[in-house]
Design a protein around this ligand. Structure first.
Ligand code: MN
Length: 208
């Protein structure tokens, strides 16, 4: 079966000015969809029928098939990203996640400042990540389509897309403003907390 473009987990107008309907029309409806279409177009003769998205990503990496890796990893990265977002309702980390944040960073504000720094400092296209490395929180960034799925010690918790297409409509070239507004207001901390079970990969996977 071909891979599909997952529905957004919120209405397109729900993120208000932090992320406009126009951005979501393009970013989800065109960019994310293009990765799905291109991946499906490449899969016909790869001997991977029935493989899950995560299996396709890892097989592409092992074979050095960069076009397939880039497009399939971007399906997963974007599917995960949308789940990391939620309407601005004053949500904050809670429970075990709040404890780990306090332990590792001192406070949520300090975590967000570090994540923003990573997002802003990342040169060119890529993704800023909060991951679980064994039992500790860690911040990093990955280039282009690269994804935690192919890195040891990177259980995905939260990501921010820092490709220019993620912010150009709403924030023009101001990546720092984009990072601050999104991280400070529309993170789905419940989803981030759920991923402490180490099963974040499955939450953006799909069966082929
Ligand atoms: Mn993107």
């Amino acid at each position: 079966m071909p891979f599909t473009l997952p529905d957004l987990p919120f209405p397109k107008s729900a993120l208000g000015d932090y992320m406009s309907q126009e951005t979501l029309d393009y970013h989800h409806g065109k960019h994310h969809k293009a990765y799905v279409d291109k991946t499906n177009g490449m899969l016909s003769d790869k001997g991977l029928s029935g493989a899950s998205l995560a299996q396709v990503i890892r097989a592409a990496r092992e074979k050095g098939d960069n076009p397939l890796f880039n497009n399939s990893a971007q399906i997963w990265n974007h599917s995960f990203y949308w789940n990391c977002l939620a309407p601005p309702e004053g949500q904050q980390p809670s429970g075990k996640l709040a404890e780990l944040i306090a332990e590792e960073f001192g406070s949520t504000d300090q975590l967000l400042a570090k994540l923003k720094e990573e997002a802003v400092g990342h040169f060119s296209n890529g993704w800023a990540w909060l991951v679980l490395d064994r039992d500790r929180l860690s911040i990093t960034s990955l280039r282009d389509a690269d994804t935690p799925l192919v890195h040891e010690g990177m259980k995905p918790l939260l990501t921010l897309d820092v490709w220019e297409h993620a912010y150009y409509i709403d924030y023009r070239n101001a990546r720092p403003d984009f990072a601050e507004k999104v991280l400070g207001n529309i993170v789905n901390w419940d989803f981030v907390g759920q991923n402490l079970d180490g099963k974040g990969e499955a939450r953006a996977d799909q069966q082929g």
